[in-house]
Design a protein around this ligand. Sequence first.
Ligand code: NAD
Ligand code: MG
Length: 387
Amino acid sequence: MLGATGSIGTSTLDVIARHPERYRVHALTAHRSREALLRQCRVHHPRIAVLERAEDADWLAEQLRSAGLDTEVHHGEAALSEVAGAAEVDVVMAAIVGAAGLLPTLAAVRAGKRVLLANKEALVMSGALFMGAVAESGAALLPIDSEHNAIFQCLPAEHRGGLARQGVTQLLLTASGGPFRGHDHQQLAAVTPEQACAHPNWSMGRKISVDSATLMNKGLELIEACWLFDARPEQIQVVVHPQSVIHSMAAYSDGSVLAQMGNPDMRTPIAYGLAWPERIDAGVEPLDLFAVARLDFEPADEQAFPCLRLAREAMQAGGTAPAILNAANEIAVAAFLERRLGFNDIARLVEEVREQLVVTPADDLALVLEADQRSRQEALAWLERQR
Ligand code: NAD
Ligand code: MG
């Protein structure tokens, strides 16, 4: 479990704990949240726990020893890739947030694991390379992002070889619209991190909450869908659906539209990924259609929320453009959360950084990581100039 202490990590442990006969945790990893990781180690008894810093790892090792637990504690980036590729491991939940998840997620893919992919940024950054590694190793890649999990469920079991061959004409990617649906540019100028993180339907980590508010999340998901389902950006339509009950759809040439529905609870896609092709209890309340009562649909407002357009353009540009977009966005979101940047400036920063940087081919990991670094530096310089 990469990113065990986060929102997805916690939900995953909740599902796993319902099925002790099926699953045992080999390793739990976290960035710096050592108390949370200690609590999880007490409950789930992993063989290995990983934290970023040596001082946190020492602290955790000491606490575990005094609690009489024999979990080994490792630290640093290399330890993440080691546990993700370990021989004892069958399934890896990739739930680190952001580019930090790329190397360990790739390690799991290269080791041919069943990879439950929540960490969309890893795929967005390195799409061609990532999917190439999946094909080469025979890893089973199961999308955990609710929209992609829904599309996966709505496609034929063998959807390799392109959508057209399966009679699929369009993927309909649903979006809640986030907490600021209906706001115009001027209203958005004044919104705060607290408002951005108060999502109407989903409770998530802070970074993805801000991405949902700017619609960058939908943009990253559009790129993610292109890679996962071998689709072109034009084959994907974003549909704002404020109830978040339909998690996405696939439209077929005979006029059929298949939707996957359910309460907005990430334990459903997590349980699906864990048990696929079987189904297991996820602890999710059954969907009450009378309580939902109605389903609304509207187009996304790309005037007020330009990040969706920026992501589509990055996918169309290809090469390292999505990696550049993603890295600039990570810096912008962090600055917004620290109140050093206004909400509308997130898109401005991303667009201006993109215009500054040269896009190169992305068929080599070194080129992807270099683009990520160049973009971060350019974004930090942009922030510096605004002061
Ligand atoms: P979160 O912030 O709640 O948790 C992130 C986890 O990653 C934590 O365990 C943290 O310790 C770890 N982490 C953070 N930075 C790290 C670093 N530099 N090195 C190692 N570990 C690090 O995030 P989340 O909401 O659980 O999201 C995780 C991923 O899943 C993101 O990519 C997000 O886009 C995706 N996702 C989340 C949801 C959701 O409902 N939360 C839905 C769909 C997709
Ligand atoms: Mg999603």
